[in-house]
Design a protein around this ligand. Structure first.
Ligand code: FES
Length: 210
């Protein structure tokens, strides 16, 4: 039941092929559940052989549904983070310090990496620009005190460590180590993120200043 609720929540925010696949996946799950229930009643009414046949039909439908569920997660990336980051691994300049004045956000790019830069209380924070939920552009969202709100569905992430403050996102937003040197903002992926793609470090470790 819990997975049905979370699946329904994810499905409600999809479109196109993912929405169609999710609909068939859900209907097959309902059909399989109905067949297993019917099988249970048939066995209780002394129709064991018929109950077994009904159960096998349920298994076949459940297998088809499981295949579609795998395609949704691994093929279409529904219900997984959309903010995986792999580069840069060494400090790399992505903007001038003057590009990010106090209380502002900026989208920066280095090679294939989109980075959200935000300056508050004199400190620069850097997160993956693509929302972990379904890929919204965080620089077009709202900067609050200590957090950023995604413009698409309202997920709120802490600036210092990317943790989810408000859903629907369930996975933390990847963050970068930041430093300012010679008037430039430089970022790199923390080692923990390169391995797990998840933030787990204490908030006080962010490097800033200069
Ligand atoms: S894309 Fe859904 S909250 Fe950001």
């Amino acid at each position: 039941m819990a997975s049905a609720i979370t699946g329904l929540t994810d499905w409600s925010e999809t479109g196109g092929r993912s929405r169609r696949t999710g609909l068939v996946h859900g209907l097959l799950n309902v059909a399989a559940t109905a067949l297993f229930t019917a099988s249970w009643f048939e066995r209780g009414n002394d129709s064991a052989s018929r109950g077994r046949l009904t159960a096998w039909a349920g298994y076949a439908i459940a297998a088809g549904s499981a295949y579609l569920g795998g395609d949704l997660v691994y093929g279409q990336r529904i219900g997984v983070t959309h903010a995986a980051i792999e580069e840069p691994e060494a400090f790399t300049a992505v903007a001038q310090s003057s590009d990010v004045p106090e209380g502002s956000m900026k989208r920066a790019r280095k090679d294939d990496v989109d980075v959200l830069l935000a300056r508050q209380h004199g400190r620069v924070c850097a997160l993956a620009h693509t929302c972990a939920h379904l890929g919204g552009p965080l620089s077009e969202g709202t900067l609050k005190d200590g957090s950023v709100v995604c413009p698409w569905h309202g997920s709120e992430f802490a600036l210092d460590d990317g943790r989810v403050l408000n859903g629907p996102a369930t996975q933390a937003q990847p963050t970068f180590d930041v430093r300012e040197q010679a008037g430039a903002i430089e970022v790199k992926v923390p080692r923990v993120d390169r391995v797990t793609q998840h933030r787990s470090r204490p908030s006080g470790r962010l490097v800033a200043g200069g």
